[in-house]
Design a protein around this ligand. Structure first.
Ligand SMILES: *Cc1c(COP(=O)(O)O)cnc(C)c1O
Ligand code: SF4
Length: 335
């Protein structure tokens, strides 16, 4: 950089999009021409877990439709304030599995690194809505402990960058983290669990792709799409570019009442994903997190949907229906 040029340097586009994400329920409702009756409950629920949604994602929602499947994922509802039997704050036992800050080592050969607590979007059903990110987050100076842990266990061949959303980290921090992981000989695969290419596709810019394409580890990107309407042209381009840079692309969804609990929705999702080079991986049953009970789909209903889906789609477009059970050695298939 030329000395003094920082005065002129523009903020990268994805970072301004991130900063301009909507966090005021009144603004979201007004952009979508929705009535004021949604406002008071939205404000109350947003106090438990703030509203956050990028403008580009809102642009893919239907005007005037409170049941839009994208809106349902992000709009705080009064139902979130109810307490439900069997729903808790840490439904998947993450806190017990945290070996050192930021490292979840539950499954053989794989560790999950919560590289940041930040997400570009706040999904109302997120099992991390009550997660104490301040304790779980290795700040930059704490990555050493997480990296030491990985370096000292030769059985770890895959590192999953998760969060929060790892692509909400700055370029500088991502580069540093991945450089240090690449220096560990037994780490062969690097996986990103991210929703950014979907909710903020401008994150996948030229600078990112240059760096990403040069990573020497095998790369898997697991995106998170619940409904076909989430994929517009900008998302399609971002996904195609990630694949062209050498990544294998998979998708995980959460089965959500009122969002994607119809066989037509699930079939179309798989087809649209495939058009963008993404294979369906997991369809998760909802983790029983407090405040998300209204999204729950009964196991029997989920299994019936899978039976119908299998008839409709080639086998490689059928995701695996799974549930996470505390203490289990992996995701548990339930179909
Ligand atoms: C889901 C998860 C993984 C990855 O599991 P896969 O079945 O390999 O996708 C790894 N670690 C933790 C803690 C997880 O929750
Ligand atoms: S992007 Fe993932 S981690 Fe972030 S709020 Fe949504 S579901 Fe949770």
């Amino acid at each position: 950089m030329i000395p003094g040029s920082h005065v002129l340097r523009q903020v990268p586009t994805w970072q301004s999009s991130l900063a301009q994400a909507i966090n005021d329920p009144a603004e979201l409702l007004s952009l979508l021409n929705l009535g004021d009756e949604w406002l008071a409950p939205a404000r109350a629920a947003a106090r438990l877990f703030p509203l956050r949604v990028p403008r580009g994602f809102v642009a893919r929602m239907r005007q005037g439709d409170p049941h839009d499947p994208l809106l349902r994922q992000v709009l705080p509802l009064g139902d979130e304030c109810l307490t439900a039997e069997g729903f808790g704050a840490d439904p998947v036992g993450d806190l017990a599995a945290m070996t050192v800050p930021g490292v979840l080592h539950k499954y053989q050969g794989r560790v999950l690194l919560t590289a940041t607590g930040a997400c570009a979007v706040h999904c109302r059903y997120c099992f991390r809505r009550h997660f104490p990110y301040t304790d779980a987050n290795p700040a930059i100076d704490q990555w050493q402990r997480a990296l030491d842990y990985i370096a000292h266990d030769a059985s770890i061949s895959e590192v999953i960058l998760s969060g929060g959303d790892p692509l909400s980290l700055s370029e500088r921090r991502l580069v540093e983290l991945v450089e240090r992981l690449q220096a560990i000989a037994h780490v062969k695969r690097l996986r990103f669990h991210t929703r950014l290419p979907i909710v903020l596709p401008e994150r996948v810019n030229a600078e990112f792709l240059n760096w990403f394409g040069a990573i020497k580890l095998k790369i898997v990107v697991v995106v998170h799409v619940n409904h076909a309407n989430e994929i517009d042209d900008s998302v399609r381009v971002a996904l195609t570019q990630l694949q062209a840079a050498g990544a294998s692309l998979l998708n995980q969804s959460v089965l959500l009442r009122g969002v994607n609990d119809k066989v037509d929705d699930l079939a179309r999702l798989s087809e649209v994903l495939f058009e963008s080079g993404v294979l369906p991986y997991y369809l998760h049953l909802l983790d029983k997190v407090q405040g998300a009970a209204h999204f729950d789909v009964q196991l029997e209903t989920a299994q019936q949907l899978m039976t119908q889906l299998q008839v409709r789609l080639p086998g490689y477009l059928v995701p695996r229906l799974v549930r996470e059970i505390s203490g289990a050695p992996g995701k548990v298939s339930v179909f």
